[in-house]
Write a protein that binds this ligand. Structure first.
Ligand code: PNS
Length: 176
């Protein structure tokens, strides 16, 4: 196959469900963009989370909007194996954010599986910024679906779209 050549562009992938993309994701993407020549934000299918709040096309579009100012970032969608996509693109590294210990076992399992499927591919964990320690897409979905303020969690340009999709209809709050 095509071995990685040090003269080639170093391409990293930030994979995930991004349902929706959060400020925590964006922090990891920006930091990855500082480390690599090119970063692909890859919207994927998580086998355990097939009931997404946003369609693949919506997740891609939102990720494009918030990364538009980062010249070496592009956004893509792939419904197959991450290892296969990485091989096709000649990517050398997967970059993931690591928050609490609770992320560790799950991320370790995925990293070892991807390594098995594509031995040339490394997984690099960046320590989350302390302000995003407890942030996740599911926290965003939960807070928004009860009508709570998510402006600390998502980029301003996505706020209205996310609220529109997830906000409770008037009169349907559990305690209304
Ligand atoms: O944001 P998430 O949901 O934690 O991301 C998980 C994701 C989408 C990266 C993972 O489910 C994945 O890699 N899906 C693609 C299928 C695949 O390659 N699975 C093998 C890794 S165990």
């Amino acid at each position: 196959g095509k071995g990685l050549n040090h003269m080639e562009k170093r391409i990293a992938i930030c994979p995930g469900s991004f349902d929706p993309i959060t400020k925590g994701h964006l922090d990891i993407i920006r930091r990855a963009a500082n480390l690599f020549d090119e970063v692909i934000v890859l919207i994927m299918v998580n086998y355990t989370k097939t009931n997404t709040a946003f369609t693949a096309a919506e997740r891609v579009e939102m990720a494009r909007r918030v990364t538009a100012d980062i010249p070496n970032v592009r956004v893509d969608y792939y419904a197959g194996l991450l290892a296969d996509y990485a091989r096709q693109q000649g990517a050398c590294t997967l970059v993931k954010g690591l928050r609490a210990v609770t992320d560790f076992e799950y991320e370790f399992q995925m990293a070892l599986t991807n390594k098995k499927l594509y031995p040339n591919l490394e997984t690099l964990f960046l320590t989350t910024d302390i302000q995003y320690m407890y942030l996740s897409s599911s926290v965003v979905r939960q807070v928004a679906s009860f009508g709570g303020d998510i402006s600390e969690f998502v980029c301003p340009e996505l706020l209205e779209d996310i609220q529109k999709r997830l906000a409770p209809a008037p009169g349907v709050l559990p305690n209304a």
